[in-house]
Ligand binder design. Structure first.
Ligand code: AMP
Ligand code: MG
Length: 422
């Protein structure tokens, strides 16, 4: 536990990170995944800066106020089918009925198209496939019901009713729904500013030549990609050497300019010590060994007003910890409500998996559908935490719970899709 710079005021009812980590069963050296997640969520307050944008610009943003429908949707009673409108009472239910085309009156009917306003007096529509025209005489098949194929005004949404609640993420369906109300502008939260940098003396940026023992920095690219997909405003601060002075400057600058600071590397046992001391000066940060693989070391805290996530250095660990801890936290901070974890479901594991009990594993898998419709999953080759190809080849995580040991072929396992409709 790092030292606290400014102790909370006595009247401040909010829990501090230091207080939360004093719980009896709090063990930073063996932190279960769910517990770490719950710990972080205690400190997340959505941003409150709001702006009004044209509907087109709202895609991927979070609604900052409820949207009530200013109109009935649909606005008029209308037909759900191409066909004929009539008075339902004129139709016989057990035999064919012939009506005269023209107006809506007793024993009459009118042509109507899908979406067309159902004329006064008519209450029923028969689809054209159930009608046979012979001049002005239209014969309707038996079995029609009064009221069928008519959509009442306000059936989807009554004027004044809640169309979309504050906190909803705007997807293509919401864009269309908002437009269907005739609403041209909406209030959304401003984008969350997320500063990130990589730490490590061995890291080189793309476009330079590698010296002995050096590697290209890939974490800034995966982090950029994950942030961009979430709709955050990424602030790339480059690579920072493992030098306390440079790191301190980078942390201070990031925290002053962003809502969230994400780093990769430098939180593992061998490296954490001077980072701990330095972050202890700047804010309040806890360092955990999470009972998971990959992604054991993880740091979380507040630096000034900014939330801080210190991810491990290994490229696969970065992605796994981002999806398991950071994603949901960012959504909460972005104002999304409710925030649902990425759903999981079950599939049959096609191969044997090695797994030690006592930690949650996130193996990278390929989920396929078998000819009989059932789902199979198999891991993507080598599962080392540095092997980014295992993520790239995967379309899902295979999540093996703490208690699980080795998995035999044919066993049902939990999977979580990496793919979505985008
Ligand atoms: P660390 O957590 O800093 O000890 O790093 C763990 C491993 O991840 C080391 O092998 C690092 O070289 C590697 N690593 C750290 N940062 C990056 C990065 N930005 N891109 C690629 N590999 C990294
Ligand atoms: Mg390092």
């Amino acid at each position: 536990m790092s030292k606290i710079e400014s102790p909370p005021q006595a009247e401040d009812p909010r829990l501090t990170i230091a207080q939360a980590s004093c719980a009896d069963d709090y063990d930073p050296n063996s932190m279960p995944v769910a517990k770490a997640r719950a710990f972080i969520h205690q400190f997340l307050e959505p941003i409150n800066a709001v702006l009004r944008v044209p509907v087109r610009s709202a895609l991927g943003r979070v609604l900052a106020e409820d949207i009530h429908s200013p109109v009935n949707v649909p606005s008029h009673r209308n037909s759900a089918m191409d066909g004929w409108a009539m008075r339902g009472a004129d139709l016989s239910s057990d035999s064919e009925t012939t009506l005269e085309a023209g107006k809506v009156g007793p024993k009459q009917c009118v042509r109507i198209m899908t979406g067309g306003v159902v004329p006064e007096g008519a209450d029923t529509v028969v689809m054209q496939e159930k009608a046979r025209a012979s001049g002005k005489s239209i014969a309707f098949a038996a079995g029609q019901k009064t009221g069928q194929n008519v959509r009442e005004a306000g059936e989807d949404l009554k004027a004044g009713s809640l169309a979309l609640a504050k906190g909803r993420i705007v997807r293509p369906a919401e864009l269309g729904l908002i437009a269907s109300l005739g609403v041209g502008e909406v209030a959304v939260y401003r984008a969350l500013r997320v500063a990130f940098f990589s730490t490590g003396d061995e890291l080189k940026s793309v476009g330079t030549t590698l010296g002995e023992g050096e590697i290209y920095d890939s974490n800034r690219y995966t982090i950029l990609g994950m942030l961009a997909r979430l709709g955050c405003e990424p602030m790339d601060m480059g690579v920072v050497r493992d030098d306390p002075k440079l790191l301190e400057k980078a942390f201070a600058q990031a925290a002053a300019n962003a809502d969230v600071v994400i780093t990769s590397g430098g939180v593992s046992v061998g490296e954490a010590d001077f980072v701990k001391t330095m972050l202890g000066k700047l804010g309040e940060v806890v360092f955990w060994k999470i009972a998971m693989k990959p992604g054991r070391p993880l740091a979380y805290g507040k630096i000034g007003g900014a939330h801080f996530f210190g991810l491990p250095g290994n490229p696969v660990s970065v992605m796994v910890t981002f999806y398991q801890f950071v994603r949901d936290a960012l959504l909460v901070l972005m104002g999304a409500n409710p925030v649902e974890p990425i759903p999981t479901f079950r599939a049959t594991c096609a191969t044997r998996l090695k797994k030690a009990p006592g930690r949650t594993e996130f193996q990278r898998g390929v989920l396929t559908r078998n000819d009989d419709g059932s789902l199979s999953v198999r891991p993507t080759g080598e599962q080392g935490s540095g092997i980014l190809k295992s993520m790239s080849d995967a379309n899902c995580f295979i999540i093996l719970a703490d208690a699980t040991g080795n998995v035999e072929p044919g066993t049902s396992v939990e999977v979580q899709l990496l793919e979505g409709m985008v």
